[in-house]
Structures are given as C-alpha cells and as structure tokens.
Design a protein around this ligand. Structure first.
Ligand SMILES: Nc1ncnc2c1ncn2[C@@H]1O[C@H](COP(=O)(O)OP(=O)(O)OP(=O)(O)O)[C@@H](O)[C@H]1O
Ligand SMILES: [Mg+2]
Length: 337
C-alpha cells in the first residue's frame, strides 16, 4: 500500500502540514464553518474560507474554532476540519487511500487524556500512525538550533493560544514552561481598548488584522490604519483611524508578561546553563514573534541577544518535516522526551 509521511502542527489559529518530499503544502486558519439548520449539520467551509465567514455568516452557518489556548476544545469539529485538510493533500487520484503516518507537535505538559484526544481526532481524520513530539522541541529543530549538544539553547514560542519557553540540552528539555497567553488574548484586549477609547465595537478578525497591520513594541510608532465597527451608542456602522502608539500599552503589557516569564525560567537555571544563555542568547519563534520591536524589547529587558529567525511562524512544522527525513534523530528525541 502507498504510504504518505506528514508533519502536522495543529495550532490555535493555524494548521500547517508538511509532506515528506514536498515541504509545507498547507497553512490554513484552524476554523470550520457548518451549515446547521437544527436537523442536520454539514461542513460548509474550512480554513481561510471559513475564517472569512466569522462574524458575518448567515444564521444557519456556524463557524467553529476547534482549538482554544493550544488545546482541542471541540473534538468533532477538529476531526471534521482536519479530515477536509487531509483530503486536500492526498494525491489527486488513487485506488486505495495511502497509509498516512504523522509526526504531530503537542504542547508541553500534555496529559495522557490529551494524548488520547489527539489520537482519536487524527484517526477520525484518516491518519493511520501518529508519533507525538513536543512542539517547542520541533520548533527548535525547525530553526536549526543545536538541540543534541550539551547546551541546545533557550527558545520562546509565541502562538495564538499559548506561549512556551524551553531550555534544551542533549536532545531533551531541561526546563519547560507554558503560559496561556498568546495572540488571541491580545486581540481580545484590543477589542476592549477600541471599545473603551473610541466607543466602537469591532470583531475578532478586525482586532487581529489591526494588530498584525500596525501594532508594534516601538514607542511613538506613528503607523496608523482605519477600523470599522458598530458605534456603541448610535449602533451605526462607523470607521475610526487608529495609531500604533495609542495601542502600545495594551500590546506591551502582554509581551512584558512573556519577558517576565522568560526571566523567571532563566533565573531558575543552574549557573552553568545561565552562563550559556548569556553567551548564545534567545531564539523567539511562532506567529507572535513577528511583532515589530519584540527583539529590541527583550534585548533591553533581559540584557541578552535575541534572534527571530525568518521562518519563525513555521518553525514547528518545519521541525517535524526535518524529523521525517531523519529517523535516527527522531528516535533520539523520543528517547529523551
Ligand atoms: N505581524 C504580527 N505581529 C504580531 N502577531 C502576529 C503577527 N502575525 C501573526 N501574528 C499572530 O501570531 C499568532 C499565530 O501564531 P502561530 O501560528 O504560531 O499560532 P498557533 O500555532 O496557531 O497557536 P498555538 O501554538 O498557541 O496553538 C496569531 O495570534 C497572529 O495574530
Ligand atoms: Mg503553535
């Protein structure tokens, strides 16, 4: 039977799939839209198409984000969404569906029940064999950190639902930390801020677009854009010009919490590891690493070099892809997990 090897990053905001021999073939929002008339429910759209329906779908169309804070919250919706994504990456024609084996990135501190949940969802989506690897470890491998050496580095992964920090050594994690803090929380804080400052209610997608377009961790940044929403008093649609500087405090609050957590992790390390961190600095990955000014902010606060690699947002799935082509490396990582 034909075999297909994939790496999967099932993130709160994005699902990414790497196919052995082809690279990253799918990077889509983790969203599914159902047509639901009360009697029956069927999939209407997934990924970008479903994301674009959020907050504007007709009454019988319901959009679902099956993953929240880095954890599967709706197993049925997650399996339906993933099965559509898997359908997209299968060869155009086949007599018998290829057997799919998968390296899956999983969060730090995942429980036995959490593993079982992933397994059930992936099986229902048509994946036959699953190997779970810590997703921060995958990210470190994806951006070529020397994870096998006696100091593999310190990595911070800032996603939509969670932020993970890990100190790596000898193919394992010496110290790991996970925070339920990520881009989604910043988006919600931006919605509150726009409502509080301008009396304008904006949607989740608008808040996220605003953040990605103009927000930064650079004081007095004059980047500006226009957002549209519903006026809280008149209930009319209204547009408002918003500048990065106005939102600086909202965004900086969240990133400063992350910097504090990194400082705590470093302070809890042995003097020899702390000295290595001082020497090699920190690597920051995940979509949240793209916030302008982050490297400078971290550098100033922690007095360390900070590196944001160009592939920061795809680090985990690239790491999974790397392990697909190196089974010895995979065995080494699994034996130190
Ligand atoms: N330029 C940008 N500035 C700030 N944040 C950004 C930028 N671009 C993307 N992001 C944010 O990055 C987050 C997505 O990152 P990523 O794909 O790493 O998360 P995820 O893997 O889906 O989530 P998680 O790992 O928490 O489950 C979103 O919150 C998105 O808004
Ligand atoms: Mg992620």
């Amino acid at each position: 039977m034909a075999k297909m090897e994939i790496a999967l990053d099932l993130g709160t905001s994005y699902t990414s799939i790497f196919v052995s021999g082809n690279g990253i073939v799918l990077h889509e929002p983790s969203v599914i839209a159902y047509f639901d008339d009360g009697a029956k429910r069927r999939t209407r759209a997934v990924g970008t198409e479903a994301y674009n329906m959020m907050g504007r779908a007709p009454e019988k169309t319901k959009t679902v984000c099956p993953i929240t804070d880095g954890i599967i919250k709706d197993c049925d919706a997650c399996a339906d969404m993933l099965s559509e994504f898997i359908g997209r990456i299968l060869p155009e024609s086949y007599l018998i569906k290829p057997r799919i084996s998968c390296i899956l990135g999983v969060p730090t501190g995942i429980t036995v029940e959490g593993r079982e949940q992933y397994e059930q969802v992936l099986m229902r989506a048509g994946i036959d064999e699953i190997t779970m690897v810590n997703s921060v470890m995958l990210s470190a491998i994806g951006v070529d950190m020397p994870v096998k050496s006696n100091f593999g580095g310190i990595i911070v992964s800032i996603g939509a639902g969670s932020t993970e920090i890990a100190v790596l050594s000898l193919s394992g994690i010496v110290r790991g930390w996970a925070l339920t803090l990520g881009g989604d929380m910043i988006d919600r804080a931006l919605m509150d801020a726009i409502s509080g400052i301008y009396g304008l209610n904006i949607g989740r997608a608008a808040a996220r677009a605003l953040k990605e377009k103009i927000c930064s961790l650079i004081r007095n940044d004059c980047a500006a854009t226009t957002v549209s929403g519903i006026d809280a008093e008149t209930k009319n649609i209204r547009s408002q010009s918003v500048s990065s500087d106005t939102l600086y405090g909202v965004v900086a609050d969240y990133y400063l919490n992350i910097v504090d957590a990194v400082a705590s992790v470093i302070n809890a390390c042995s003097p020899s590891i702390a000295a290595e961190i001082q020497r090699y600095g920190i690597v920051v990955v995940g979509g949240g690493a793209k916030m302008p000014g982050l490297a400078m902010l971290m550098k100033n606060m922690l007095k360390l070099n900070v590196h944001v690699p160009p592939d920061a947002a795809y680090a985990a799935v690239l790491g999974g892809g790397r392990l697909l082509s190196d089974p010895d490396f995979l065995d080494d990582i699994l034996s130190h997990a």
